[in-house]
Design a protein around this ligand. Sequence first.
Ligand code: GDP
Ligand code: MG
Ligand code: ZN
Length: 405
Amino acid sequence: MEITKQPVLNIGMVGHIDHGKTTLLSKLTGKFADTHSEELKRGITIKLGYADIIIRKCKKCDSFTREKTCKCGGEAEPYEYVSFVDVPGHEMLMATMLSGAAIIDAALLVIAANEPCPRPQTKEHLIALQAKGLKNIIIVQNKIDLVSKEQALENCKQIKKFVNGTVAENAPIIPVSAQQEINIESIFEEITKIPIPKRDTGSEPIFFVARSFDINRPGTNAKYLKGGVLGGILHQGIFKVGDMIEIKPGMSVKKHEKTEYIPLRTKILGLQAGNNQLEEAIPSGSLAIQTELDPYLTKSDNLVGCIVGKEKQLPDAVFSMKIKTSLFKEVIGTEKAQAVEPIKITEPLLLSINTSISLGIVAKIKGNETDLSLRIPVVALKGSKVGIARNMQGHWRLIGYGEIF
Ligand code: GDP
Ligand code: MG
Ligand code: ZN
C-alpha cells in the first residue's frame, strides 16, 4: 500500500490520571521510553509532544503491528501513517483544552479496569470530547492484568452504562494491559477503521501553534544558528517552502506595565512531518515549520497559541470577542453533582480556543450571546469552538462551550 508523507490522523490520549495513558502511548509508539537519546536522534519530532508511527499489516495473518515482522513471523507491510498527540497543557485544564482544541481527529479514552467507572476525569474528558463534536473514540480498558475475568466483565458493564447516550455509545471497548503489552494490536486495528477526515486544501492556510522551540545546541556559533521552529497543526489550506507567513498575536513585549503583542513576519524554510522533509504540506497530522525567525522568539514554547497564515491574510488579534454559549446542566469533574449557575457579568472565565488559552471577563450577556473582554488577545476566527471553565473552590471546572460569531 502507498504510504502518505504526512500522517493522516491525529489521535489524542485522554482519561483519568494514572489509568495508563503514558504507558500505553510508549507501547503504541515505541517512543518516549528513552526520551533523552530519542530527542537527540530525532530532533524535532519528540519535542513536539507528538509521536508518529506507521501501522503495518501482516501479509500472513492480517493482524496489525508497528513492527516489520509480525508475532506470527510473517512480513508486515506499511498500512497507515498516524500521529499520536500528547494533549498539551496542565492535566487539570485538559478538559477545557480538549473542548476548544482543533488538534485531534480521534481519541483513545483510557479507563483502568481495576477501578469503578466513571472516575471524575474520565467523565470530564468524555464530555469535553462531546462538546467539541469529536465522534471517533476508542475506549481502552486497561490494566486487565490486575483483575479477574469476572471483574473485567463487570467493569465493562459499568463502562457501557456510563457511555450510554453519549457520543461514545457505539465506541469499541478494547481490553488491554499496556504494561504487559497484551492486545495492543487490537487498538491498531480499531485505529485503521477510523474514517480519514476530509481536509480543506482550497482555503487560505491556517496553522495552530501547539509548540515552539529553538533547535540549536547551546553555544552554537551565530553563523550556524538555525531559525525558530513552530510545531502544530495545519487546519486548512496548503503551505509551501518559501511562503511568506505571518504569526499572530505574535511576540509579547512589556511596555510601561502593559503587555503588547507584535505580529511576526517570516519565511518558511522547511516543512517536516515525522522524519519526512516536505516541499508542501496539506492539512493532516502534526507538522513542524522551520522559519527564519530569531530562535530566541520561538524558544520554550514562547509562541504557543499563535495562529500562522500567509502574509496579510489573517485577521488581527483582538482583546474582545462575542461567543454563543451552551452551558452544561451539571459541573463536570467534581465528585459530587453540582448545577451550573448562569454566567454573570464581570465574572472571569478560562477560555480555550484552538491551541490558545485566555482569561475572559464577561462584559455583556444577551440570552446565550456573551461578550468577553480578554486578558490575552486571540485571533478570533468565526466558528471556532471555545471551551469555557469557571473557577470553583480553586479549580477550573468545565461548565460548557461556546462558538465565536
Ligand atoms: P497516566 O497518568 O494515565 O499517564 O498513567 P501512567 O501511564 O503514568 O500509569 C500509571 C501507573 O499505572 C504506572 O505505575 C504504570 O506502570 C501503571 N500501569 C499502566 N498500565 C498498566 C497495566 O496495564 N497494568 C498494570 N498492572 N499497571 C499499569
Ligand atoms: Mg501520564
Ligand atoms: Zn502475522
